[in-house]
Write a protein that binds this ligand. Structure first.
Ligand SMILES: [Zn+2]
Length: 281
């Protein structure tokens, strides 16, 4: 049986920074890699006014995501067709089509259907804190976790296909030490660290001992970097990553980190360097 990896995120570009290397790595070994994206990132940044208008941004970002998906070797891209809810406290939060306004049962039902159709062994999404706390990130993490717990039940969502149980659900987790390290590097280079102020390692990072899965993506740093470049509207010249010297940047993006969300029975296991480790496929 072919192995399938399903990644579930909220906006175009969520896939590239945190897990792009991992997606590229599994795609390169023949794993069927599928990405679900809840929105088209309609209220994201526009790094250069010649690239998009607020009206066209969703459309432009869909193409940026298709570019990144192709670069990473993702074989299938599924949009849930909700609207980007914007940062916490912005008026877009209240839009009736905003992702965070969607009825939970509807979103979970869509995800259950996707999981039953694709039958992935491994599912990955944001951690419950949503990486850096974006409301859509928090929502997609919660709904994906919920879908994974209901997908194997024959009485839940019977219209969405026969039950299936993924072997593992992982949260993409950024270790607290990553932010500490990054700030140190920037200070040493006398760079402005104010862009990091929104990232409180206590709030947004995982403590290093919660992260038992570390994927070495050194060989896929190029693909990851190229995928990030696809997201031109989000990745302008002022982007933090562009300001770091290449050697530091490469080192920082050469590993990707995951915390096992389920099954909790595996939580005491040794460290893993493969999301599929120990599975018979
Ligand atoms: Zn996002």
């Amino acid at each position: 049986m072919k192995s399938t990896l399903l990644a579930v995120f909220a906006h175009p570009d969520d896939e590239s920074f945190g897990v792009g290397g991992t997606l590229a790595k599994y795609a390169s070994n023949g794993t069927h890699v599928v990405l679900v994206c809840a929105t088209r990132g309609e209220v994201g940044e526009i790094s250069d006014a010649s690239l998009a208008t607020p009206e066209s941004l969703g459309h432009v970002r869909e193409y940026e995501l298709r570019c990144a998906a192709q670069t990473l070797g993702i074989s299938e891209l599924i949009f849930l067709d909700y609207l980007d809810s914007g940062m916490e406290g912005t008026p877009e939060n209240m839009h009736p089509k905003a992702f965070i306004q969607a009825p939970p049962h509807e979103v979970v039902g869509k995800l259950v259907r996707v999981i039953r159709e694709l039958q992935p062994q491994v599912v990955i999404t944001f951690d419950p804190g949503g990486g850096y706390g974006h409301p859509d990130h928090i929502a997609i993490s919660r709904y994906t976790t919920q879908a994974c717990s209901q997908v194997s039940s024959s009485t839940d969502f019977p219209e969405a296909g026969p039950p299936w149980q993924p072997n593992r659900l992982f949260y993409n987790a950024i270790p607290s030490s990553f932010f500490v390290e990054m700030r140190k590097k920037m200070q040493a280079l006398r760079m402005d660290t104010s862009q990091l102020d929104g990232f409180d390692p206590q709030r947004h990072g995982f403590s290093d001992d919660q992260i038992k899965t570390r994927i070495d993506v050194t060989q896929f740093v190029e693909a990851k970097w190229n995928a990030l470049q696809c997201h031109q509207t989000q990745f302008g010249p002022d982007n933090l990553l562009r300001l770091l010297p290449e050697v530091d940047l490469r080192q920082m993006i050469s590993f990707e980190y995951f915390a096992l969300a389920s099954p909790t029975s595996e939580n005491g296991l040794q460290e893993m360097d493969d999301l599929f480790s120990g599975m018979r496929l």
